[in-house]
Design a protein around this ligand. Sequence first.
Ligand code: MRU
Length: 365
Amino acid sequence: MKIRTVEWKAGRVVMLDQRLLPNREVYRIYDDPSDVMAGIRDMVVRGAPAIGVAAAMGIAMGARSLSPDRFARDFERLCRAFAATRPTAVNLFWAIERMRKVVRENAHRPSETVVKLLEREAQSIRDEDLDGNRRLGEHGAALLPKTCNVLTHCNAGGLATAGIGTALGIVCAARDAGKKIAVWADETRPVLQGARLTAWEMKRARIPVTVITDNMAGALMRRGIIDAVIVGTDRTAANGDVANKIGTYSVAVLAAHHGVPFYVAAPVSSIDLSCKTGEQIPIEERAAAEVTHVGGKQVTPGGVKVWNPAFDVTPHDLVTAIVTENGVARPPYTQSLAKMVKGGAAEAPVREPASAAPRKRRTRS
Ligand code: MRU
């Protein structure tokens, strides 16, 4: 059964409160765009594509109460407020830009018509993501062997999108294609998206899942258990550098060392060709309390300094392939990603970077 992550219901936005999972399944109903903004900031909804969908719906909802006399100016204010919620996931800005385009292209129409078109655009963003997940999943599933242990980091599943997910969409598609898939989920400190959300989703989908703490991934790979790493992305630069949940970079280094392919599931909406390299991707830093507290309980001495970047950047030479809804991009990414963004098709020429080329697999020890 599809997860109802973000929905548009009778002019209101409904979101599953992911902060409470896996213990409680609570749906929050929003009729004020400021509350949707807070929901994005506080991670009621999270995951790059889901954030984009939530923002588009929040903007469509907010546009309804704008005064027709100042529609364009106030609409821009609304967009800017949504853009200030989280800085790294480019899907947010991509979705806002699509909403802006509707207003620009229909400036000659009455505002009530524009409001209807905005609602329709928000629904399209959702529907396209849903369909894109399915296609991305099929492209990715073809990369996996018949029996496969997949390690994933964070949550790039249905909870992070409008459909079956990106990284976990590949897992589901592989299972549906008859492959024997098992998932190993990094717990993903500090917000525990892996332990709480990926494990919840996989259990629900009846796909075998084993949770590990983040510091166990190396030992697992050294034993030869992992056949592939698949992660999502919040923003992928033109050269294939990948911003994703903090800790992804460490997993990529481990995968290269152990000769395990490292795949990134990247819907076109999360590819940002205007960022030439990962250096240009803004990395969100979040509250210290996410690190100092676990389950509401303080685990560090009071007043200790904390560094809490929510994302890191994995350099493109550690990435074996980037799977999009339009096909599989291989190095050199500057060419293959541009092709995917334009509509894609076949795989780009394969030239594995030395560090991502499969090395001799280590045996269990
Ligand atoms: O801080 P979050 O939970 O929003 O971070 C989410 C991730 O890093 C996901 O891996 C990414 O958005 C891809 S989701 C398809």
